[in-house]
Design a protein around this ligand. Structure first.
Ligand code: C5P
Length: 319
């Protein structure tokens, strides 16, 4: 009999986040180049009397313990589909920044889903798990599969991408998170203010950058850096201007990384975490040290990409 199962799930950075106009359902069509990076949350599931969540880690107090946590929703959705009562204790060891634009909440959803599926032995297919992930949130399917992928639709329609080498990143973690809907809303507001319109009829359909996909395929950090800073606002991330507008101090963080020798600096997803591409592992350590000393972020973390998706790392069995 299985006593507990632990699953490790990576964070993500968006090498490109091309955002189309707002759709009638409120979401935005994307060309979303996801890269999984080696910062991980670990979700442990144990049978219990009722569904319960505990959290440990630097910002554990900011993580909801109720049914709004994607880990709880994942357990409930899977259980409902298979006629099971979701009586589990989900323990989340958080290392991915909370509300940081690195898909930490999505990682916990994907991790809980995989862990509960293994505990309950549901026999669900990969397609069914990916369906549940898409129901949980736009970034959750990618948290399950990891590696590198192009996300279309609202980000949930994935095509795997080939990556020809390891990329070395530094992540500047901010004090306090940003709300994803608020950042998308600010992106719409800035577009409307420019007079360009903000709906799906006004904004050109988002397309992946061929140069960026080529750089990933070649494993070429210099070419990737050029593609990361090639967008209309000097970034491959269309949410960057909105995140900086809501949190102006991020401009200082981005500048500090560039001064420290990063090949490219950009906001990660909806922020406020900033991502810096380095030449190699030693370069990343150097940039992280300088960023930590710059006073423009709370901590600087080093991580490489691509990283594997959600993976069972432990199964404890009762004797
Ligand atoms: O899918 P998810 O629940 O993660 O999305 C959170 C919020 O982010 C949505 O309610 C929406 O405001 C915004 N969003 C969006 N377009 C996307 C993905 C997310 O507008 N493609």
């Amino acid at each position: 009999m299985i006593d507990s199962i632990a699953v490790r799930v990576p964070a993500k950075v968006n090498a490109q986040l091309a955002v189309g106009g707002r759709r009638p359902d409120g979401f935005h069509d994307l060309a979303n180049v996801f890269l999984a990076v080696g910062l991980y949350d670990e979700i442990t599931v144990t049978p219990a009397d009722e569904l319960r969540i505990t959290v440990e880690g630097p910002d554990a107090d900011q993580v909801p313990r109720d049914r709004t946590n994607l880990a709880a929703r994942a357990a409930e959705l899977l259980a409902a589909r298979h006629g099971i009562e979701p009586r589990v204790h989900l323990h989340i060891a958080k290392d991915i920044p909370v509300a940081g634009g690195m898909a930490g909440g999505s990682a916990d959803g994907a991790g809980a889903l995989l862990a509960c599926d293994a505990l309950w032995n549901t026999g669900a297919t990969r397609e069914e798990l990916l369906d549940i992930c898409a129901e949980l949130g736009s970034d959750v399917p990618f948290s399950l599969v990891g590696g590198a992928a192009l996300g279309r639709g609202r980000g949930e329609l994935l095509t795997p991408l080939t990556v020809g080498g390891t990329f070395h990143w530094v992540f500047a973690v901010a004090d306090g998170g940003l709300s994803t809907p608020a950042v998308y809303g600010e992106c719409d507001r800035l577009r409307a203010e420019r007079g360009a319109g903000d709906t799906i009829d006004d904004v050109p359909a988002p397309e992946p950058s061929a140069a960026l996909l080529d750089a990933l395929r070649a494993g070429d950090a210099t070419a990737l850096a050029a593609a990361l800073t090639a967008g209309p606002d000097g970034s491959s991330n269309d949410l960057q201007a909105a995140a900086v507008s809501l949190r102006p101090s991020l401009a200082d963080t981005l500048r500090a990384g560039t001064t420290a020798g990063a090949l490219a600096s950009l906001v990660s997803g909806s922020g406020p975490t900033c991502a810096f591409l380095a030449k190699d592992a030693a370069g990343a350590e150097q940039v992280a040290t300088a960023l930590a000393a710059s006073g423009t972020c709370r901590t600087a973390r080093v991580a490489a990409s691509p990283a594997a998706g959600a993976t069972v790392v432990r199964e404890d069995r009762r004797a």
